[in-house]
Write a protein that binds this ligand. Structure first.
Ligand code: HEC
Length: 198
């Protein structure tokens, strides 16, 4: 009898209508949070691009940016102008992600290779020196033989910056003292002869 009256009392304090509304509000809140999560996801720039699809309005540029190709052919150009800052970012990313196998010079003798991983080709062989920039983007995006894809770890813009840095590494291997601007050439030669005297 006492229990019953206690129960009755509760019913009066929380009529079923209020309970239902509270449940409804909690539910809406949950849906709202889900939607907010969804929206955040849509805004993220590194959101993976579904292969074979491109955003509307920039068909040409997006094909190059996300596949390294133009009209289905690997392109020898970059989807945005490469600045010094892009090259520096490319060097930083290259040093993090690629040197374990490709080493700091691109010779293909990184630490993991020295411990038995199949050696990659040097970036300084003719085939890779003459390969279009899009090839490097493509290899990072889709992997190649025993090299796995970097698509989930390196966003597309950074893959291009790495490709640009590899181009710089390749050029630096071919460069002669004549390619160095005058003032820097003198400094370099001074340093070099100081080195030889030591
Ligand atoms: C765990 C080792 C490893 C890492 C790290 C790695 N690679 Fe490779 N890479 C390889 C191997 C091995 C090959 C040769 C694949 C084959 O021919 O089977 C290769 C091949 C390549 C090639 C040449 C493809 C061709 O045409 O022969 C390029 C370009 C390349 N890698 C770029 C990169 C870049 C850029 C990164 C960093 C984002 C990277 N790799 C990170 C192991 C690695």
């Amino acid at each position: 009898m006492r229990l019953e009256s206690k129960f009755e009392g509760r019913r009066r304090i929380f009529p079923s209508g209020i309970l239902a509304r509270a449940r409804g509000i909690a539910c809406l809140g949950a849906i709202g949070m889900l939607l907010a999560g969804c929206r955040l996801d849509m805004q993220r720039s590194e959101r993976p691009v579904v292969p074979g699809t491109v955003a509307r309005g920039h068909l040409h540029l997006d094909e190059l940016l996300y596949t390294g190709k133009e009209n289905g052919v690997l392109a020898d150009k970059f989807p945005f102008p490469i600045t010094r800052a892009d090259l520096e970012r490319g060097r930083e990313r290259y040093n993090i992600y690629c040197t374990p196998c490709h080493d700091y010079t691109g010779g293909g003798h990184g630490m993991i290779v020295q411990r038995g991983f199949p050696p990659p080709p040097s970036f300084h062989i003719d085939r890779l020196r003459t390969a279009p920039a899009g090839h490097f983007f493509d290899v990072m995006t889709n992997g190649d033989g025993s090299m796995y894809s970097y698509a989930t770890r390196v966003e597309p813009e950074d893959r291009w910056r790495i490709a640009a840095y590899i181009r710089a590494l390749q050029l630096s291997h071919q460069a002669t003292i004549q390619d160095v601007p005058g003032a820097m050439r003198r400094k370099l030669m001074e340093e070099n002869s100081a080195e030889q005297i030591r």
